[in-house]
Design a protein around this ligand. Structure first.
Ligand code: X2X
Length: 339
């Protein structure tokens, strides 16, 4: 370790701003030149928030204190719809909406969430880090938002219910199931014959508890950290949608950063995103056993019954038209023919 001589300290103090000298404080805490807020919808214990704290510390350090990022987890600043409005108007600088949720603003962003498209992560990451992801980021750029290259992982979505276990598509009939604020989710669950209700994530626990809805669908790490097992009985490993969180920034705030700081921020956020993908992968290994020990029952499902039902309902044909040939072609290029 380098020791700092008394003389160097005195020199540094002599060079410090006047206000500091007047107050006589030896440590002069200067406000960061760029102060940014980052809002998200997940509990603090989710890997997304753990990795976010890391990148915020790294960015403060690597920028020499010029960039400060304050994290507001767990819907502290409002639900998804509110945060999406705030990141657009600059009230917050960063937000991590699910692909399902940002699609309310940029419809093509839901292309990665088409039901039963990805068979596993070996298809997900090459597509999202490749042409399909680039296509979505370009579309998001058109509404004035910057998107970092590496999408963060939410996971493969699974269904839970407080009622009769869901074993095949027929069990979906009339099911009151909460889905995110997402036209694709509504269309998919209507296609499966259920009665979906769009609610922001901030309302999920209480709406299950008070039986406004009977079921919901989310990746297992969310079911765990948001304690949804307390208000649900059984879980079906349906893997019906792969979901990721796009890390987005308000365009004006992003463009106000000089290139060196953009580099520091972008590198830190993308690298933390890669580590967060690894966290979700590691979590998935022991999570079923943990959720079982907390009282959630698990059952298998017949995935083909769901796909057939969706095909018969015209779900794939409908969304192929809505997304357009280019985006659909990129998706099928990654996962094979869908419809
Ligand atoms: O709201 C949800 O279900 C969640 C947490 O998965 C999303 O952000 C889409």
């Amino acid at each position: 370790m380098r020791t700092i001589s008394r003389r160097a300290v005195l020199q540094a103090m002599a060079a410090a701003p006047v206000a500091g000298a007047v107050l006589g404080t030896p440590h002069i805490a200067r406000a960061a030149q760029f102060q940014f807020k980052y809002g998200n919808n997940l509990p603090l214990s989710h890997p997304l928030n753990k990795r976010s704290q890391e990148f915020a510390e790294r960015i403060a350090k690597d920028s020499g204190g010029r960039v400060e990022i304050k994290i507001f987890p767990d819907n502290q600043l409002g639900g998804d719809t509110d945060m999406l409005a705030q990141v657009r108007n600059g009230g917050i600088t960063f937000f991590t909406p699910s692909a399902l949720v940002i699609a309310t603003l940029v419809p093509v962003a839901a292309i990665s969430a088409v039901g039963f498209a990805f068979s596993g992560y070996d298809q997900v990451w090459p597509a999202m880090d490749g042409a399909l992801g680039a296509h979505v980021r370009d579309a998001i750029a058109k509404v004035g938002l910057h998107t970092f290259e590496k999408i963060w992982d939410n996971g493969f979505r699974q269904m839970t219910t407080s009622g009769k276990p869901i074993q095949a598509a027929a069990d979906m009939a009339g099911l009151k199931i909460r889905v995110p604020v997402s036209p694709l989710s509504i269309s998919m669950f209507k296609g499966l014959g259920s009665s979906p209700v769009s609610l922001q994530f901030s309302e999920v626990y209480s709406s299950l508890q008070t039986k406004i809805v009977d079921a919901q669908e989310n990746p297992l790490p969310i079911i765990q950290v948001a304690k949804l097992y307390e208000v649900q009985k059984s879980c079906t490993l349906s893997n019906h949608i792969w979901d990721g969180f796009w890390f987005i920034a308000n365009g004006r705030a992003w463009n106000s950063l000089p290139p060196d700081l953009q580099g520091i921020v972008g590198t830190a956020i993308n690298e933390s995103g890669m580590q967060q993908r690894g966290d979700i992968k590691a979590l998935n290994d022991g999570i079923v056993a943990d959720l079982k020990s907390k009282g959630l029952a698990f059952n298998a499902a017949d995935p083909e019954s769901f796909r057939t039902k969706l095909r018969d309902a015209g779900f794939y044909a409908d969304w192929k038209t809505r997304f357009g040939a280019e985006a659909w072609g990129l998706l099928e290029g990654a996962v094979g023919k869908l419809a």
